[in-house]
Design a protein around this ligand. Structure first.
Ligand code: PLP
Length: 504
């Protein structure tokens, strides 16, 4: 990484499917998805403007500014710094925000120190601020209403991010009998005058379909606008979630450099437990930004669509959906992969549109040999339930370090990768959730004997075993009052929204 001449041009964003004009970063954040169904990508990938030495002297917030200003060029210095200060504050339980911890041969980048103790907080704590600034810049007068269907984690992280953010409100639908008791407790106790949480009598797909129908109802859209509201989503395809995730790859490299664990320019590998492909895509952008990353190792659970894709060049979602102990990675269509497809096709939007059409009509597509050649930095791996549990137990026994089942998928894939290749490159394993979020599976894996039924008793046992303190987020759940009690039939979701917004 060299210190270049400081040239920051106005970076514009285009759809991966090509039609339509380029938009500014703030417009891309407001729109989320491009009108042609594609995802917004930067027209060029910027380069880091600071040396590793300079970066290693920065704290998380300063690093965030240094990275985000390269991508979000239509935000002023003041606007961006304001968003960053509001996001990465005492909501995180450590001033490091994203601490890195060595255990065994690898470094674990802990992205679970935010309000909901999982990595979604890294992006969802800043998205609301980027969004409200974007609305102001683009002279949008309406209040932004975030509508989200959640299978558990995203809903809570979005609620925590948007709670009491001026100019926004948020309505979250979750399957009443389809989330864990901790996840439900986390949501129904959410404070904030602008938050609403509704359980539906159906599964996650029903919730998602209901939300999509509300979004696509043009007549409702008109009435909303007249009443001064505008719907938006906090979806992980939004560049307002992607860009903040690039930050911690720069930060972790700089931290290792600062701690003299690596020398300047030394390449590292990263292993990312992957679902929707957002987190690992951020690592890919960090690499293109100039961070010396060698291999991007994509770790999947039994829903190993991505592993098969990296092996064969064929993406095939026509398969059984498997429920695993790493539920946030139980995904058959990884939306953010579309951005990588676009880049490995040398930014060919027509080709990308063709492949995505094949995916939606046949559930399958296959990339060309030249695209495959552009994937050489990626390695796919996967881990089944037993291997994942073994990885949790092994790390605990060897290093007294306890990880959650998502992180353990990555740890297992890493062990497998080094055994197969002998690759000794220093490696960062991205740690996406606190073990306290999945205490039952973790305790099971550690074979601590009979599992206490009560969530809090499980947390206490985990605390004893791992010799770590119970996170504030878990502690608070104990006494938090339930404030959201509405439950509805899937057919009544729109009516509920209309009532909440008082437009009927
Ligand atoms: C969302 C999530 C993932 C998957 O991340 P993607 O960006 O969707 O690939 C992994 N682990 C946890 C704990 C998550 O919440």
């Amino acid at each position: 990484m060299k210190k270049g001449i400081e040239i920051i041009m106005n970076l514009m964003y285009r759809s991966t499917r090509g039609s339509g004009n380029a938009v500014t970063a703030s417009q891309a954040i407001l729109q989320g998805l491009s009108p042609d169904g594609g995802l917004y990508v930067p027209e060029t990938i910027p380069q880091l403007q600071k040396s590793m030495k300079e970066l290693s002297k920065m704290d998380y917030r300063e690093t965030a500014y240094e990275v985000m200003r390269l991508f979000l060029t239509d935000y002023s210095t003041e606007e961006l710094k304001d968003c960053i200060d509001k996001a990465y504050d005492s909501k995180f339980d450590t001033p490091e925000i994203a601490p890195i911890r060595q255990a065994g041969q690898a470094y674990y980048l802990e992205l679970f120190h935010g309000a909901t103790i999982a990595f979604k907080d890294m992006a969802l704590s800043i998205l609301p601020h980027l969004l409200t600034k974007a609305a102001k810049k683009n002279k949008i007068k309406e209040q932004i209403v975030i509508l989200t269907a959640t299978s558990g984690d995203t809903g809570k992280a979005a609620l925590a991010g948007f709670a009491d953010v001026e100019g926004t409100s948020i309505i979250v639908f979750y399957p009443k009998d389809g989330v864990s008791s901790v996840q439900e407790k986390q949501m129904v106790t959410q404070q904030g005058t602008n938050t609403q949480v509704i359980g539906i009598l159906g599964n996650f797909d029903d919730a998602q379909t209901g939300v999509k129908n509300i979004f696509n109802n043009a007549e409702l859209g008109k009435r909303l606008k007249n009443a001064g509201y505008l719907f938006s989503s906090a979806n992980s395809i939004n560049i307002g979630r992607l860009v903040p995730q690039i930050v911690y790859y720069v930060y972790s490299y700089a931290s290792l450099y600062k701690k003299k664990q690596i020398s300047e320019g030394e390449k590292i590998n990263v292993v990312v437990p992957t679902g929707n492909f957002g987190n690992i895509l951020a690592a890919y952008y960090a690499k293109r930004l100039g961070v010396p990353i060698d291999k991007l190792i994509c770790a999947s659970n039994e829903n190993k669509v991505l592993y098969d894709f990296f092996e064969s060049g064929r993406y095939d979602k026509n398969r059984e959906f498997i429920l695993t102990e790493s539920p946030s990675m139980d995904i058959l269509v990884s939306s953010n992969l579309e951005r990588l497809i676009y880049h490995i096709a040398d930014d060919d939007a027509e080709k990308t549109a063709q492949l995505m059409k094949a995916l939606s009509t046949q559930g399958v597509y296959e990339i060309s040999e030249s695209m495959k050649a552009n994937l050489k930095d990626f390695v796919g791996g996967w881990s089944d339930r037993q291997q994942t549990r073994d990885a949790i137990r092994k790390l605990y026994h060897d290093n007294a370090y306890v990880i959650d089942p998502h992180t353990a998928v990555a740890a297992s894939v890493y062990l497998d990768y080094t055994a197969k290749t002998g690759d000794q490159t220093k490696t960062v394993i991205v740690s996406t959730a606190s073990p306290y979020k999945f205490a039952d599976s973790v305790l099971d894996a550690l074979q601590t004997g009979e599992l206490p039924k009560d969530d809090y008793e499980q947390a206490k046992l985990l605390s004893k075993v791992s010799k770590t303190g119970i996170p504030k987020a878990v502690e608070e759940l104990q006494s938090a009052p339930v404030v959201h009690k509405t439950v509805c039939e899937t057919g009544n979701m729109q009516e509920i929204v209309e009532k909440l917004l008082k437009i009927i």
